[in-house]
Design a protein around this ligand. Structure first.
Ligand SMILES: *Cc1c(COP(=O)(O)O)cnc(C)c1O
Length: 372
């Protein structure tokens, strides 16, 4: 394996510690719990490896997108509660029960299915109700929540673990976005209070994604749902002390001479303006290097930065190393990682996306390696 995503578990511990100190520093009697998001292959970091480490670090729950992801980490012997963040299909209800996953429901559609299966196996299931406070993606409308909660409680097999919601613009700082978020918090609080007034016990109310964790202390409730900050990314690199935990590394496979006026790669988009040398690096868009980074990225070899020249191919890309003569086959190449110039934020900016997408695009051929 020549392409590796090297994952620094010390940095992950550091990031967890920062999250904990943020949630401990607010005035509250009960400790704020932590749900760590491991959906989408743990944002590209490897769902099994990361979940095992997070379990060791005693997070209170893990968050996955799909039932399949939940099954995968249960089968890897994860004992921590696993919350399925998104609506699942009805025909997955049996897996939810069987693998003791914690679903989040928007309506009563699956309740009979859960009940039937749970009765047969003499089991119980915890679940959450999602409240739609404005994202308009999933969830029950605020005024429907009380009835849905009562309906859940009418089954002996089901336990209402809590309620939650998700923000539309907690990472945006213009006045309209801030007002929108504050209103979502207000609507959610009203729903929560209404349930409590009606004698319904809620163990866990949670709303905060990473951005809300950083910027809205009034959004913490009982638990926070941290995603991108676990992996070390904030708006500005190293803000609050978070540290990217992944370095994407490749190795030089070939160094070759290029004459002045020769072009490199498909479409002849780059032409040498003097005699030079090219390092061929066996990582391409199949591995997560967007083609939009063609002639628009640099990599680090032996402590120096070199530009990527020509189109990035499916499996390979080229760096102009000039007349550097100490670069050889097998030399390490930092493609991006915990580096001021080449990181998931700077890459995201170049291709018009967010660090989340850069990380999840790291391909299957890249081996995830965990270092203590
Ligand atoms: C992905 C996700 C999160 C985490 O978002 P980050 O911005 O990565 O912190 C939190 N809650 C829900 C419901 C999600 O889907």
């Amino acid at each position: 394996m020549y392409n590796i995503a090297e994952i620094d578990l010390k940095a992950l511990q550091n990031n967890i510690k920062i999250i904990r100190s943020m949630t401990e520093n607010i005035e509250k009697t009960e400790k704020t719990k932590l749900l760590a998001i491991v959906k989408a292959n743990a944002y590209g970091h490897g769902i099994v490896g990361i979940s095992k480490e997070l379990e060791k670090l005693n997070v209170d729950a893990l968050g996955v997108a799909t039932v399949e992801e939940g099954v995968k980490i249960r089968e890897a012997d994860i004992k921590t509660p696993i919350v399925v963040l998104f609506q699942h299909f009805r025909n997955e209800s049996e897996y939810v029960c069987n693998y003791n996953l914690t679903p989040i429901i928007s309506n009563a559609e699956c309740l009979d299915d859960y009940d039937k299966f749970l009765k047969k196996h003499d089991k119980k299931l915890k679940l959450y109700i999602k409240v739609d406070t404005g994202l308009n993606r999933m969830g029950a409308k605020p005024k429907e929540v009380l009835n849905l909660a009562k309906k859940v409680l009418s089954y002996n097999t089901l336990e209402l673990e809590g309620i939650n919601t998700h923000y539309a613009a907690s990472d945006m700082f213009d006045d309209a976005s801030k007002e929108f978020t504050e209103n979502q918090i207000k609507v959610f609080s009203e729903v929560l209070n209404n349930l409590k007034t009606n004698g319904i016990k809620i163990n866990n109310a949670h709303t905060a994604n990473s951005a809300a964790l950083l910027y809205y202390k009034n959004a913490y409730f009982d638990m926070v749902r941290a995603g991108i900050v676990l992996y070390g990314y904030t708006e500005k690199l190293h803000d609050f002390g978070f540290k990217p935990i992944l370095n994407l590394k490749s190795r030089v496979v070939l160094v070759r001479k290029i004459k002045k006026n020769e072009t490199v790669s498909y479409g002849m988009t780059w032409k040498a303006n003097k005699d030079t040398n090219i390092a061929v690096i066996p990582i391409g868009y199949a591995d997560g290097m967007s083609r939009k980074l063609s002639n628009n990225w640099e990599v680090k070899i032996k402590g120096k930065y070199y530009p990527i020249v020509g189109k990035i191919c499916m499996d390979i890309m080229m760096a102009d190393i000039g007349n550097e003569d100490n670069i050889k086959e097998n030399d390490d190449v930092l493609v991006f990682g915990d580096d001021d110039r080449i990181n998931a934020n700077t890459m995201a900016n170049k291709i018009g996306t967010i660090s989340h997408e850069v990380l999840v695009r790291i391909g299957e051929r890249v081996k995830r390696v965990y270092k203590n």
